[in-house]
Design a protein around this ligand. Sequence first.
Ligand SMILES: CC(C)(COP(=O)(O)OP(=O)(O)OC[C@H]1O[C@@H](n2cnc3c(N)ncnc32)[C@H](O)[C@@H]1OP(=O)(O)O)[C@@H](O)C(=O)NCCC(=O)NCCS
Length: 184
Amino acid sequence: MNPPATLETPRLRLRLPVADDAAAIFDAYTQDSEVARYTSWSPHRSMDETRKFLDQHCEAGWKAGTVFSWLITLAEGGHAAGMIDFRLAACRAEVGYVLARRYWGHGLMTEAARVVVDWVISQPEIHRAWATVDLENPASQRVLKKVGMVREGVLRRWMVFPNLGFVPRDVWSFARIKETGTRQ
Ligand SMILES: CC(C)(COP(=O)(O)OP(=O)(O)OC[C@H]1O[C@@H](n2cnc3c(N)ncnc32)[C@H](O)[C@@H]1OP(=O)(O)O)[C@@H](O)C(=O)NCCC(=O)NCCS
C-alpha cells in the first residue's frame, strides 16, 4: 500500500509529521489530559515524549507499512491541529484520530476523517474501514457516522483507556465496508 504523503480538504492539509513538529504538537494537544481522555495514551509530560511518539509510532509505522499517520494542519497558516492515522490488518484499516481542544466543534475532524476514509476504502485491497470508540464519547461517534460508518455493536471489555482506569472498557465498533454487490 502506498498512501499519499499529503491529503487536502477545503480547510485542512494532512501531511507527514516530522521530528521538528514535536514542539507544536506538544503545545497543541499531547499534553492535554482532556484530549487524551478517550485515547490509548496518557498525556505527555514533556516534548521529548512527543518526539519519541513521532519517531517510534509515526515514522516507524510508515517505514514498516503498518500504521500511516498524518499531521492535521490548517490549510491557512499551517498550524498543527491534530493527528489521524489508520492501521492495516489484512483487508481492514482501523482509523484513529485526535484534535487539539481549541479546534473542536467546527467540523474539522469530520473533514479530515472523510478524506482518509474515502481514500482507504477506495483501495482495492481494503474492504473494511473501521474504528472503535468509547461508549461515553458521543462527539467521536458522531464523526464516525458522518463519514459513512455504521454502528455495528458493542465490543465488551475491548481495551484499557489508561486515563480512565485499569479495567478494559466496552466500545462501539463502527465500520464502513466496500459494497461488492454480491450476496455473502
Ligand atoms: C472527537 C473529536 C475528534 C471530534 O472532533 P471535532 O472536529 O470537534 O468533530 P466535528 O466538529 O467534526 O463533529 C463533532 C460532532 O459531534 C457532536 N458532538 C460534540 N459533542 C457532543 C456531545 N457531547 N454529545 C453529542 N454530540 C456531540 C457535534 O455536534 C458534531 O456533530 P454535528 O456536526 O452533527 O453537530 C475531538 O473532540 C477530539 O479530538 N476529542 C479527543 C480525542 C478523541 O476522543 N479521539 C477519538 C477517539 S475514538
